[in-house]
Design a protein around this ligand. Structure first.
Ligand code: ATP
Length: 193
């Protein structure tokens, strides 16, 4: 069985950029957050439970209504937790199916909520990508066409970088350009080996 490295970071930290670099190096990557987006549409039992929790507006013509759900849970941490409790086991099963078909020494599991959901406990090691708040905000604004305040609001809901740094086995600081990120990722791969 491959060793699982949990790959995480807050909004705009660069975790997806690192995931892509790791894939280029030949490492399999499971994108938990992307897979979760598929699973909420595919898993019929899950769909029913989500509708029960959030109302039938959670789906429009059978498709997950991300905007409605986001608005509904944004200021309701209890509801968000309940939703995560529904989605997380379904993703876990999907991940287990995926990893069973991998025959690499290491695989990476990319997820924003690695520490929040204590998923690091099921990993061999954790890798945190972090960058200064102002850089993360600027990069996310450029990528998503969001305002400063919108990105800041998401950031304030996430676990602090300080707390994540304490929990992480490895940290890549993404405060420079993309070439530096590549070099740092390559150095990490060497260390891992
Ligand atoms: P999210 O959790 O919000 O999806 P993420 O952690 O996956 O974010 P990325 O999507 O990898 O972050 O990076 C955010 C944006 O910043 C992307 O558009 C990416 O191309 C850009 N970016 C990442 N690192 C750098 C860097 N060192 N220099 C310039 N741009 C960068």
């Amino acid at each position: 069985i491959p060793k699982i490295i949990g790959l995480t970071g807050g909004i705009g930290s660069g975790k997806t950029s690192v995931a892509k670099l790791l894939e280029e190096k030949g490492f399999p990557v499971y994108y938990s957050d992307d897979e979760a987006k598929n699973i909420v549409n595919k898993d019929l039992a899950l769909k029913e439970k989500i509708i029960e929790l959030l109302g039938k507006e959670a789906y429009v013509n059978g498709i997950y209504n991300r905007r409605y759900v986001a608005e509904k849970v944004f200021n309701n941490s209890e509801l968000l937790e309940q939703l995560n409790h529904l989605i997380h086991p379904a993703v876990k099963i999907d991940f287990e199916n995926w990893i069973n078909s991998q025959n690499s020494e290491f695989v990476f599991k990319e997820t924003a909520l690695l520490f929040e959901l204590k998923l690091n406990q099921q990993c061999y090691k954790s890798l945190l990508i972090t960058a200064d708040d102002n850089l993360r905000i600027k990069r996310t604004m450029d990528r998503d066409d969001k305002t400063y305040r919108e990105v800041e609001a998401v950031m304030q809901k996430q676990m602090s970088e300080k707390d994540k740094c304490k929990l992480a086995d490895y940290i890549i600081y993404n405060n420079s350009d993309l070439e530096s990120l590549r070099v740092a990722t390559e150095a990490f791969v060497e260390e891992l080996k």
